[in-house]
Design a protein around this ligand. Sequence first.
Ligand code: APR
Length: 311
Amino acid sequence: MKKISIIGAGNTGATAAHWLAERELADVVLLDVVEGMPQGKGLDMLEAMPIIGRDTHILGTNNYEDTKNSDIIIITAGIARKPGMSREDLLKTNAEIVGKAATETLKHSPNAIFIVLTNPLDTMAYLTKKATGLPRSRIIGQAGILDSARMRAFVALEAGVSVENVQCYVLGGHGDEMVPLTHHSNIAGIPLKEYFPADKLEAIVNRTRKGGGEIVNLLKTGSAYYAPSLACAQMAEAILEDKKLIVPCAAYMDGEYGLKDMYFGVPVMLGAGGMEKIIEYKLDAEEKALFEKSAASVRESHEALKSVVSL
Ligand code: APR
């Protein structure tokens, strides 16, 4: 059986464990700093397996030893911004948490592929790459599948069609400047630009960009976790089953789309090697301008990281 370790057993981590366990893809280890909590959640999930007939083993722990020989490490550990905390303070704290999670797990699983979920996503993936020194194929950030799924859900609702008929591609940084590609996105092959009047399409694009915030405002405490964790499970499945699945993810750019030394959301191919290939779309002038704006904001966050931790 393959093995997936999830660092951070909060909402996203535990829900990712749930989706993965249900698929019987791999044994799951759930690690957190809080004592007892990952053990309790792990045991509860283990006890659910007989009901659905899955032989997945789930273990909750506070000990990195238990993550040894993982095929995939998923990092969701972090804290949310607290009142009075500056963005820099948050960045520094999460950078320390993610940096430690990456280096500790790597010690025990030298061949693992890393999927990063902690926000600010692109910058935490960048940090993981710098902290571990691993090739870019082995460090991937989750964001594009989630942002694209949000857009697919909104398009399907608006058009009254099955979500299965809707393909959307949201690229760029995982923030308000993300880039929903309305020409490449389609309903059963019809580009959204042709399907919807401009105002309807703009409303969908705006709702997608603010999708994370919409949920934070509703929940009041905490942020989205069902869709983010399922996106992460899809990535793990594509890697473990060597699917060669093309999906938008945050990847380390080395000249693609004119970008270098940064993480950015682009279509990638996921297979046994991790991020096996970056797919380059032909972008029109408007899309290129949006890409550049989004890249500038990710670069700014990378620079802020460099000012709070040494890489
Ligand atoms: N090591 C391990 N786990 C840690 C550490 C650490 N050093 N520090 C904090 N954690 C754990 C917390 O104890 C908590 O259980 O990380 C978990 C985070 O869970 P939640 O607070 O429920 O947050 P969640 O909604 O899961 O989001 C986690 O993913 O999508 C992103 O923006 C989100 O950055 C956030 C992350």
